[in-house]
Write a new protein. Sequence first.
Length: 243
Amino acid sequence: MHHEVITQGRRLHAAGVEQVEQALEASWLHVARPTTGEQKLTVRLLRTTRLDDGEAEALALASRRKLLLVVDDKEARHVAEALGIAYIGTAGVLWEAYLRRHLTLDGLEDRLTDLTKVLWLSPTVVAAILKKAREAKQWKHETIVGARLPKGLVQDLERIERIEQSDRSTTVRKLLSHAVDQWKLEYYAKQYGQGRLSMARAARDAGVSIWQMHSYVREHKIPTQYDQEEFEHDLKTIYARLG
């Protein structure tokens, strides 16, 4: 997770990386070192699920250390539930911050707007969160390939060859590589949207960084694996924690 968030994020100038680094420097955010038992559980989860390394490790740490897990991917949430791990989504974290008065209503709305720049949250979910917040305020809880090509496509290839000043083999290889990369990005983003893969696993299978996958999913309005039902679960978890 440190590599995905800090190393890759810094290289891509991703939003929020600087804040994470500041939190690490201030020592209220720490990098956890898995024990031997946690490493074994991580390996078992990787063998028996479709989770990526970071998610499996986070689940192992939360399971062994009885920690509240912050997770948005549906499969990881299913595994957490099977392991008896308490979990909430990122939107749930913002909601609890509001309930604990760390955020005002305007602050909650601003942070949700920031979140939608990273994850494509359904407008329905955003509206539900803000509706709950307004209600809570009222309650005073402010809380290589061979193929026959059509003539038109061959003419397009010849035009590209002239513009690029390249031979047929180089042109086809370049275009095919680009098309395959684009197909992988579209396909694995859809797999994520359908709840079949986690965000990190979809990014890895597509051959892109998790930040690039986040950006693609948001731009193409592919819903995050956090819906109304997940928000209702988070509400129950948070209220139980608050007593």
